[in-house]
Design a protein around this ligand. Structure first.
Ligand SMILES: Cc1ncc(COP(=O)(O)O)c(C=O)c1O
Length: 429
């Protein structure tokens, strides 16, 4: 795994980056908007909106079906996105890329299909991968999207779910993982980066341990793809998924990647057009992956926006952008820790593991009140359970505040955030 410190060299400047996002010019309540909720959804850049417009006006036809010109253009744009995603993830082939409406949809697809008879030679013949009595290991800091689908799978199949506890500083202990693997789980489900704790998890090391124990690894990459370099083969994941809207692409887009042989054995998720080979009254046969999992009309306007979005994501990792991102991260980190009564969740001693997602609570101050006051000062942060209620329970809070930064948030914006935070705390204490 490559931490943000070691990202590749691209030449974009901070000024150029900010020009891509007209929303940065917005004011709220008469104050310049300081948007610090990127972990929930990113801002939309010009090139993504233009791509959406171009596809909607000039390539608006259903995919893979008609022979006419517009349909060919639409299909080419959609398949170009598949090839771009495959190369971005370091996948072996574009056929390992399944488009979904988002990370949640990808997790549900996987959790549903893994509990059904596997496919061999185009037919449902083999036992499900997950069945009664099987064990699933889920990391304690998971977003509900990488937890609830696994609970539902357990309910349907009679499998059981075991939790891998997170450490005080937000990291995972590999010895504890080795211990947990003694229960012979068949799946280990963990985020590449937690949306609450903002730490890069050591997926490669974890996957090596899991594979030695015969356990497959599901990686929720919803935040990982934003902040870390991803190479699904090098990290040893078996399944990796993410949402397009967190990496500047159109909402309603998402990706599930799995190694070819693992996709081949999965039965279809939804039935309908395009996912079949033949349909007869006595029964149907299934298309090969990835089409087997793409029933019905796909998000033909949204998926092509993954191409400019991924290009931008790479450009935002250039030296100037990286230097800015690290300066902002270090400044905010230091300033938050200096606030009396503030508890920061995800505070590792190895600084290179931390991405600019800061979740915290302040003694004697309710998170919602704080977020509301910050909003009135023009600062947009998230507050609440962060879709990670079990983690809130473990920490012993009902909610927290989260400020999540993009590489193009400036030091000046970070200062505004810290100043506003002090002011709000002063008003509430
Ligand atoms: C770590 C993580 N996993 C999954 C999701 C779910 O993503 P979506 O709502 O786009 O499906 C999120 C969204 O916040 C997330 O942060």
């Amino acid at each position: 795994m490559v931490p943000i410190e070691q990202a590749k060299e691209y030449p974009m400047t901070l000024e150029q980056a900010r020009k891509r996002f007209p929303q940065l010019e917005e004011t709220v309540y008469g104050k310049p908007l300081v948007y610090l909720d990127h972990a929930a959804t990113s801002l939309r850049p010009l090139e993504v909106v233009r791509c959406w417009e171009e596809v909607s006006f000039r390539k608006n036809a259903n995919l893979h079906r008609a022979v006419h010109y517009m349909a060919q253009q639409a299909t080419a744009a959609f398949e170009e996105a598949r090839a771009t995603v495959a190369s971005f993830l370091g996948a072996a082939s574009p056929r390992e890329i399944v488009f979904t409406p988002g990370a949640t949809a990808a997790a549900n697809l996987l959790a549903t299909c893994l509990g059904q008879s596997r496919i061999e030679g185009g037919h449902r013949v083999a036992e499900p991968y997950i069945g009664a009595g099987d064990c699933l290991l889920v990391a304690e800091s998971e977003h509900h999207s990488n937890l609830v689908p696994w609970q539902m799978l357990c309910e349907r199949t009679g499998a059981r779910l075991v939790v891998l506890p997170v450490e005080e500083d937000g990291s995972y202990n590999l010895t504890r993982l080795e211990e947990a693997l003694k229960a012979a789980p068949k799946l280990f489900c963990i985020a590449h980066i937690s949306n609450v704790l903002g730490l890069i998890n050591p997926i490669a090391e974890m996957a090596a341990l899991c594979h030695r124990a015969g356990c497959r690894v599901v990686v929720d990459g919803a935040q990982g793809i934003v902040h870390a370099d991803v190479n699904v083969c090098e990290m040893g994941a078996d399944y990796y998924f993410f949402s397009g809207h967190k990496i500047y692409a159109a909402p309603g887009t998402g990706v599930l990647w799995a190694r070819a042989e693992l996709l081949d054995e999965l039965p279809p998720y939804m039935g309908g057009g395009e996912m079949i080979d033949h349909v007869r009254w006595e029964g149907s046969t299934w298309a090969e992956p990835p089409y087997r999992f793409e029933a019905g009309t796909q998000n033909l306007s949204g998926v092509p926006t993954l191409v400019p979005a991924l290009r931008l994501l790479q450009e935002l990792r250039g030296p100037e952008m990286l230097a800015n991102a690290l300066a902002v991260r270090d400044y905010v980190w230091e300033q938050l820790l200096a606030i009396q009564g503030l508890r920061l969740y995800g505070n590792p001693s190895d600084r290179s593991l931390k991405v600019p997602i800061f979740s915290f609570s302040i003694e004697g101050v309710h998170h919602e009140d704080l977020a509301l006051l910050l909003d009135k000062m023009g600062v947009a942060v998230r507050s609440g359970q962060m879709c990670a209620e079990p983690l809130m329970g473990r920490i012993g809070v009902t909610g927290m505040v989260r400020a999540s930064f993009a590489p193009f948030n400036t030091l000046q914006e970070a200062e505004t955030f810290i100043k506003s935070l002090h002011k709000a705390i002063g008003m509430l204490r």
